[in-house]
Design a protein around this ligand. Structure first.
Ligand code: SF4
Length: 427
């Protein structure tokens, strides 16, 4: 049995335990290794960033392997912590993995002797294999999906095979090492129903991290939630954190049936997801979700202009979106919609169409979230070198949309125009 520490560096809001870290913990627990979970992301919110002190803490107890979970935004802090740990105690194997490395080429780019391995690909498949190989032989260098530092230099096992993974076969996420009370939303259980997205909007960076969309069955989603609630019985609300949780509406309908059969809604358990206004979000499906405790759906609407939607690569029709919003509201589920301004293809008349769309959504949309387009790596827009509209144009459009939302009686949230916040990392 190996002693394994799994670690999350600062990167993201600390509303709930990070799902990637919980998945990593699940992989270690599944293999019956000794597990320690260290969420430095949540600690950094109160204590700041203390690389050297935290390196000592992670290494206390002499782990055989330290695995850092690296979502986008955590890469600088993770590389700094990994490097420090190697300089303090070179006997501990330091491994980096997570969605930042879901594109295997990035693992190859960053490989260096400052850490022992980078795992690029589906962790549910690769981490159990990596730990098994290390326990058996101390050598993981030939494993596809791993780039390893050796005495002879950096060695790559090549792209993982297969690159995608049946999510129903993944070990359950393990939340036993987290304290719900440490997080901003102590009653919220974070859950994932899928990976990637079947669509490919040109501004969407998260979608590019996973080439193929995959999803869990409804039975699996239900049983994973039941398992998590046994570990943290105070959780009363399930928050699906997928970029598009309704990639498979059938899976969610099956999950909803099981939730009702097993009495989740009668015990006051609610859930919420980010979704697309797809044609298969039928009144029947939405009513099934509502019966199962679905309290709110956040729809990625982005624009009310057919021309802008087409340029974005979003295969939705405005009339269908309006139908889905109305049916969601009729089912008794709160509706939230996101709108984006400043897409390179958004002309003044397209923006006028979005204003008209928002006016017509009165009574069907409870809340609207407004933001300016972000041209982020590795989105299609970013690769094409796109430039967004000027700040004056962005502010003007957001102000106009906010005025329409106010007059329609909708709640309105405006996101920071400057884009994603990154934590400051002092050594
Ligand atoms: S539907 Fe949403 S998650 Fe999917 S590609 Fe578009 S923006 Fe990204």
């Amino acid at each position: 049995m190996l002693k394994v520490a799994v670690v999350q560096c600062p990167s993201i809001p600390a509303a709930m335990p990070p799902t990637e870290l919980a998945q990593l913990a699940g992989c270690v627990a599944y293999c019956n290794h000794s597990l320690r979970v260290i969420d430095l992301n949540v600690r950094s919110k109160q204590e700041g960033w203390h690389r050297d002190q935290w390196a000592d803490e992670v290494l206390a107890g002499g782990p055989d392997v330290v695995v850092l979970s690296v979502p986008p935004g955590a890469e600088d802090a993770s590389l700094a912590l990994a490097s420090r740990m190697k300089s303090v105690r070179s006997a501990a194997q330091v491994v980096l993995t997570g969605s930042y490395f879901s594109q295997f080429e990035r693992a190859e780019e960053l490989a260096s002797s400052r850490f022992d391995a980078i795992v690029g690909g589906p962790i549910e498949d690769l981490i159990p294999k990596l730990l098994g190989l290390f326990e058996a032989s101390g050598d993981w260098t030939a494993l596809p999906g791993v780039v390893a530092a050796t005495r002879e230099g950096v060695k790559s096992g090549g792209r993982p095979v297969p690159f995608t993974f049946d999510l129903d076969l993944a070990p359950y996420m393990d939340f036993s090492g987290f304290r719900a009370g440490d997080y901003e939303r102590p009653t919220h259980l974070p859950m994932v129903a899928s990976r990637g997205c079947p669509w490919r909007c040109d501004f969407c960076a998260p979608r590019e991290r996973w080439a193929k969309h995959s999803f869990k069955s409804g039975d699996r989603i239900f049983s994973e939630i039941a398992y998590a609630r046994k570990q943290q019985p105070t959780w009363r609300h399930v928050e699906f954190t997928d970029i598009m949780a309704n990639g498979s509406v059938d899976s969610l309908v099956r999950f909803s049936e099981m939730a009702v059969e097993n009495g989740l809604p009668s015990r006051g358990i609610t859930w919420r997801m980010q979704a697309a206004p797809k044609p298969d979000m039928t009144p029947e499906a939405l009513e099934a979700f509502a019966r199962a405790g679905c309290a709110e759906i956040v729809y990625g609407l982005e624009s009310g202009s057919p021309k802008t939607l087409k340029a974005m690569g979003k295969p939705i029709a405005v009339a269908e979106t309006e139908r889905v919003l109305r049916d969601t509201r009729s089912a008794g589920i709160r509706t939230v919609g996101t709108l984006i301004v400043g897409h390179p293809a958004e002309a003044d008349e397209d923006f006028e169409a979005t204003l008209g769309f928002l006016r017509r959504a009165k009574g069907a949309l409870d809340r609207v979230v407004l933001r300016a387009i972000e041209v982020q790596e590795p989105s299609v827009l970013w690769r094409g070198g796109a430039v967004r509209a000027t700040e004056d144009v962005l502010r003007g459009r957001i102000t106009s949309l906010a005025e329409v939302a106010a007059s329609a009686g909708m709640e309105c949230e405006v996101k920071d125009l400057s884009g994603t916040e990154r934590p400051a990392m002092a050594a």
